[in-house]
Ligand binder design. Sequence first.
Ligand SMILES: Cc1cc2nc3c(=O)[nH]c(=O)nc-3n(C[C@H](O)[C@H](O)[C@H](O)COP(=O)(O)OP(=O)(O)OC[C@H]3O[C@@H](n4cnc5c(N)ncnc54)[C@H](O)[C@@H]3O)c2cc1C
Length: 425
Amino acid sequence: MAIEDDVLVIGGGLAGIAAAVGAHEQGARVRLVSHKQSTMRQASGLIDLLGYTPDGDGPVVDPFEAIAELPEGHPYERAGLDAVRAGIDMFDDATGEMYAGSHTDKNALVPTHGGAIKPTARYPDSAAPGIASANGDTLFVGFDSMIEFDAPVAADHLAATGVPYETDGVTIEFPGNLRDDAKVTRFAHLLDRDDEVAVDGTTMPVRTALAERVKEHADGHERIGFPAVLGDDHATEVRAELADRLGASVFEVPMGPPSLPGLRLEDRLYEYLHEIGVRVSTGNPIVDVEQVNGEIDRVVGDHTGREVPYKAQQYILATGGLVGKGIDSDREGVYEPVFNCHVPHPADRYDWFEDGAFDDHEFARFGVPVDTELRPIDADDAPEYENLRAAGSVLGGYDFPSEKSGSGVSLATGYAAGELAGDRV
Ligand SMILES: Cc1cc2nc3c(=O)[nH]c(=O)nc-3n(C[C@H](O)[C@H](O)[C@H](O)COP(=O)(O)OP(=O)(O)OC[C@H]3O[C@@H](n4cnc5c(N)ncnc54)[C@H](O)[C@@H]3O)c2cc1C
């Protein structure tokens, strides 16, 4: 017997979650099935709509204005501008006070761990006091055991953009000496629990010890930025205590993988799915498809060797892109492994890449093409299946790392695909 729902979403990243919410809001009975962890845990936690145009122009000031000008075939063009608004509104509803940026259509400029200033549409509340466009003398604090955040370099980069305030950076030893175990979660949990740590022959709570150590360099700075490790379950409390002890605003600088803001976001969004009543099954891949007269009848999950059929009226493919293997390649070509949807690509592998690492590589845009109902289309532009839609980074026609559009495309196309699927049941 198959597990039956109205809408089945395959993939549990940002796109799959948005799709599940979109379908649920149409009154459909929805299930989300997902295999491994999503890219949210690796991503910075910033929600980029569009930071640069496909031609490389930018930073974009008003992403909604720029999205309206995108060429045919870009996922935003396929979904439509209303879908972008609806997707981001859904995100704002689900995250509430956890995220900032919804007061304006304009992008904010947020300093990131590499020392870059990134145009982004929504940013964690923990990063809000540090945005580059707000004035305030700024001190970045790095930890010597966390080499991926070089605070003096980040300060220099910010200063080089011409900001009208002082920027400084200092690298300190994290109290309690975490040299041998510099995992971000280790810092965060130590700060969550406010564990006692040994400092100068005595012990004290780690938040106090950290504040004391930073105070020596604080020197009147109005804002103090740390790598994004300031707590997990009690992140707001940790930041508030540090701010109080330092007499300055305290903010987090988004980091690379594994990303605490990404983990916090994932937790919140799954909590939201639970609150609204979406059924979720994780840990097993969908591996096979059965079709009847051009429609998907059921798909098959692999539950550690046992085949489990899932049946629905409408299906959404949100299995991710090249990073998560929602799109894969071998010597024969590039393919979409679950439904074998058409993935256009040059036959000659040498045409996939350019010579330079930062050149405009064809492979970055590989993915499933869709019609304006987000149904995957074949080489003749006909829908692959009447009851299948695709969303997120499994889609082709855009280059999210250079456009800075990853999360935005997932939210917009996911929510739109979910609404369309939910509307059809
Ligand atoms: C290192 C990194 C940093 C990034 N930084 C940013 C950033 O700063 N800002 C930004 O906006 N975007 C960023 N992005 C991009 C952004 O994270 C993604 O574009 C977006 O989250 C993709 O979401 P998705 O749901 O389409 O795919 P994914 O997050 O890849 O999720 C796909 C899900 O499908 C599941 N799945 C795959 N195959 C199957 C199957 N057969 N059966 C069941 N489940 C399956 C996977 O296990 C996974 O859970 C970053 C991405 C990476 C990798």
